[in-house]
Design a protein around this ligand. Structure first.
Ligand SMILES: Nc1ncnc2c1ncn2[C@@H]1O[C@H](COP(=O)(O)OP(=O)(O)O)[C@@H](O)[C@H]1O
Ligand SMILES: [Mg+2]
Length: 246
């Protein structure tokens, strides 16, 4: 299976990149780097020539450009080249809600499958940041149905996706999102049990057809974005990142 680089050195070594046409889930608490992760992947997929859409529900595209620029990623240029498209959902959501009120539907009930209509037809890679604001009043059953439909439709369209979800929402729905995705990474801030110091760690929860590291990968957010700190010895063994699919 063809893979797209993530753009984070040791993570690419450990996973071999993200598989084309499949969905990856990124979860984590506020401030742990989900958006930076998404921007990094968007930049890499553009550099590899994939038409990429970044769907943002929490920040406007101006702030995302500013954040990307602090790491030296020129997202404006990628936009001008037609490789990257930012889609701001807040405006779209407001319009849909108005339409729903007119149609007498429950305007408060979340429906993130509608995001599928906002993905431009020529898109090859999409980052959805995040689904968290679209789950109001959903039961775990509704959530699972919507999430599975989203993943299924993206796969049908051959789109490679990074789906971002905050931990609180993921927990609220009993981590059901983990089942249908091809792979999942959790970003966590924790206290190191030995040093007592706070650190950021990445947990590769699953990645089908790939030998993944079982160790947490410690990372930092520095001038180049997310950087894995572990030495090679933590990356399981020399088979890490081996692509086991045909
Ligand atoms: N230029 C930078 N250098 C170092 N750390 C940064 C920089 N920009 C942002 N950060 C860190 O990244 C965090 C925000 O990451 P973000 O991806 O927006 O988190 P999330 O989307 O998970 O809420 C900030 O709280 C800060 O700790
Ligand atoms: Mg964010």
């Amino acid at each position: 299976m063809e893979r797209i680089g993530i753009g984070i050195d040791k993570l690419d070594d450990a996973l071999g990149g993200f598989p084309v046409g499949r969905s990856m889930l990124i979860t984590g608490d506020a401030g742990c780097g989900k958006t930076i992760f998404g921007l990094r992947f968007a930049k890499t997929s553009c550099d590899e020539g994939y038409a990429t859409a970044y769907i943002t529900a929490e920040e406007d595209s101006y702030d995302l450009h500013v954040q990307a620029n602090t790491f030296g990623w020129n997202t404006q240029e990628l936009e001008e080249q037609g490789l990257l498209t930012f889609i701001e959902l807040t405006g779209i959501r407001a319009r849909i809600t108005e339409a729903e009120i007119n149609m007498d539907m429950d305007p408060m009930k979340g429906n993130f499958t509608k995001i599928l209509h906002d993905i431009p037809p020529e898109t090859e890679v999409v980052i959805i940041d995040s689904l968290g604001g679209y789950t109001a009043k959903l039961t775990p059953y509704d959530f699972r149905n919507q999430f599975d439909l989203l993943v299924y439709e993206l796969k049908q369209r051959g789109i490679t996706s990074v789906l971002i979800l905050d931990s609180a929402t993921s927990n609220e729905f009993n981590e059901l999102a983990l089942f249908s995705v091809y792979g999942a990474i959790k970003l966590v801030r924790r206290e190191n049990p030995y040093t007592g110091r706070r650190e950021r760690v990445m947990d590769i929860i699953k990645m089908r057809s790939t030998k993944t590291p079982t160790q947490f990968l410690t990372y930092d957010i520095g001038e180049n974005g997310i950087e894995i700190q572990n030495g090679e010895e933590y990356l399981d063994d020399d088979k890490s990142g081996e692509n086991l699919d045909i």
